[in-house]
Design a protein around this ligand. Sequence first.
Ligand code: FE
Length: 374
Amino acid sequence: MKNKWFLVSIMLIVSIFALAACGSSNDEGSSNESEDTEESTSDEGSSEENASQESETGGEVNLYTGRHYETDQELYDTFTEQTGIKVNVIKGDDDELIARLDREGKASEADLLMTADAGRLYRAKSQDLLQEVSSDVLNNNIPEKLRDQEGQWFGLTKRARVIAYHKERVDEEDIQTYMDLTKDQFQDKVLIRSSSNIYNQSLLASMIALEGEEKAKEWAQGIVDNMAREPKGGDRDQAKAVAAGEGDVAVMNTYYLGKLLKSEDQEEVKVGEQLGVIFPNQDSTGTHVNISGIGMTASSKNKENAQKFMEFLTTEEAQKQFAEANYEYPVNPDVEPSELLKSWGEFKEQDINLSKLGENNDKAVKIMNEVGWK
Ligand code: FE
């Protein structure tokens, strides 16, 4: 009888957690599953045994992530096999996950926030949603410029923001820098997404860091003057517009080109095949690189497990699979990128700590407003 009440109360706790999760039905399913697993473990013996079992094999870690790749789940399963730590995944839109963490405050079940763009991670840090992690493994596996100096967030994968051009209509030689996009030759030919998107804010923020506000503003003004149309859609839509003849050059993240080329939709593959890739600013400041990354939440109740999980994702073993899931570059310099990415060649990256993207975000947004970048 006592057992029965124990079960009932566990089920109650499980449903409260599932309700709090409030994600898609899939997400709820995975958190339920984990709670069930934990329950069956704790039913097995005396509480003393449970405690030792917990520390040896166990427990769990709760991850809020903007990623949604099946291969990620395989990686989480490998982590669970190796450590006994169950990974409960809540998926969502990057900005919404940050808003949710903010709303939930100390009561949040989340141990980890995984999201794209250093600008966002910086924002989460500024809102006191993250906490410091001091780990030699992380510091050794991730180059210094790709992580927060105070250990509040760490890059896990890299992406470059490149220029895609129509191979038949554009001579590669004419476009070697981001500034080349502002040449008269490309009037009404430039496709780029809206200023409300963090990717362009971060690109402009990097220019502020490397070349100063004045130069950055000059570039932004030149881009607005050369736009083929009012910004709309995501990076892939800019590439599609180039293929459709609306313009000749598009600014996009490398993984979107990968997604087009590897798409199951043959029309998307055709779009990708018409485009060449330019890594801009190779003779000067380097190509803009951003990350997707992870931070331990300020509210984390499974800190040890969370750190182990972060460390696992930066190992050589995990990095390849994690980066390739989204056609990205591994952050761990000992791990090679995929064949597709290697086929685009090596390139010089901007040499700034990515915190600068967050630090200069306000200035970038201000400039975009001033030049009328919609
Ligand atoms: Fe993206």
